[in-house]
Design a protein around this ligand. Structure first.
Ligand code: ATP
Ligand code: MG
Length: 348
């Protein structure tokens, strides 16, 4: 069996450091590992429209923003097929057939969708497209026969849903689709990076993000304004590092080299954490280190991004080429699906 990756992002905003540690950094490593036969990276515009159908301009504008973030982080169109979901119309057709294999109550039980519905205040008027997006995500994954999906933790229920649909399809119509598995970040703090405001998840839709494209000043301002432990009032007070995003970000980004360069009185994060927990270490010092780490990490990404942004037509051309290629692959799977479902009436 081939090793194939499919993953992607919704073009609802520029990508942030949660995307970076949750999925993007890993994708680039997997891309460069040489262990994968095919890699597909999808800009999920059709999915983004399920809750932004009244704002197509936003979705359109963010397609190139996300593509720039990809290339700036090291995704390489020579090694990974980067494409736009809506251009691959076979995905919509697959979704329609897969919808027969899922019940409404199953969709309503999806914990990530539940949280997202609450956040969006849809209440009684839930768009059907939004509720069924996990089914369309199954189409995205299975169209490319992907067995590996590198994602953040919030995507686990989507992968579970995909596996259920695959099993149900293969059981009914014969072995056709491949069951995918999620690949989560190894570092626990990267599973779901909190927002700068201490909210459970950094999210484009919540405005609590540090973006990969933020200027040096913006990064500094956001880091200095970050939520920490509200009970750590005096420097001498013992502090909490578990629910404190400054420490969670350090876990996600800092290595011993950073300590040597920017905060040599501690050998590593464990030492700094212990000091904060027993009291005597102020938030300002932690934030100064975090700022230095973030600046060092994001500076090369931002510089590359600025360079790439000078030629947007080249970005669109790259996306068109990737989308055409993706479409050929999806068309093959769709033909197999139709054959399995015995709806290939006009073949030969
Ligand atoms: P939206 O608010 O529009 O849903 P988002 O910020 O949640 O945007 P997505 O495009 O839905 O971003 O997610 C893309 C990928 O990034 C998914 O694999 C998701 O698991 C991962 N991801 C998103 N936010 C985080 C985060 N805070 N920490 C870790 N991974 C994340
Ligand atoms: Mg999301």
């Amino acid at each position: 069996m081939k090793n194939i990756i499919l993953t992607g992002d919704r073009p609802t905003g520029k990508l942030h450091i949660g995307h970076y540690v949750g999925s993007l950094r890993r994708r680039v490593e997997l891309q460069n590992s040489g262990k994968f036969d095919e890699i597909y990276i999808m800009i999920a515009d059709a999915q983004a429209l399920t809750d932004n159908f009244d704002n197509p301009d936003k979705v359109r504008a963010n397609i190139t923003e996300v593509a720039l973030d990809y290339l700036a982080c090291g995704l390489d169109p020579e090694k990974s097929t980067i494409f736009v979901q809506s251009h691959v119309e076979q995905l919509t057709e697959l979704t329609f057939y897969y919808m027969n294999l899922v019940t409404l109550s199953r969709l309503e039980r999806n914990p990530t969708v539940k949280t997202e519905l609450k956040l969006r205040n849809f209440e009684q008027s839930i768009p059907m497209g939004f509720l069924t997006y996990p089914v369309s995500q199954t189409a995205d994954i299975t169209a490319f026969k992907a067995n590996t999906v590198p994602v953040g933790e919030d995507q686990l229920p989507m992968l579970e849903q995909a596996r259920e649909i695959v099993r149900s399809f293969n059981g009914l119509y014969g072995e056709t689709l491949v069951e995918p598995k999620a690949v989560l970040p190894e570092n626990k703090s990267c599973l779901r990076l909190p927002g700068t405001d201490g909210m459970a998840k950094m999210s484009k839709s919540l405005g609590n993000c540090i973006y990969l494209s933020d200027s040096a000043d913006e990064i500094k301002r956001k880091v200095m304004g970050m939520y920490t432990d509200p009970n750590h009032i005096k420097v001498t007070d013992p502090g909490d590092t578990k629910n404190n995003p400054t420490f969670i970000y350090l876990e996600a980004f800092a290595n011993d080299g950073h300590f040597e360069r920017y905060c040599p009185e501690y050998a590593n994060l464990d030492e700094m954490r212990a000091h904060y927990e027993r009291g005597g270490l102020g938030d300002m010092k932690v934030k100064k280190l975090l700022n230095a780490v973030m600046q060092e990490t994001l500076e090369p990404i931002r510089t590359r991004r600025e360079e790439l942004a000078k030629d947007l037509p080249a970005i669109w051309a790259m996306l068109k080429e990737g989308s055409d290629k993706a479409r050929e692959v999806a068309a093959q799977t769709l033909a197999e699906v139709k054959r399995a479902m015995k709806i290939n009436y006009f073949e030969n």
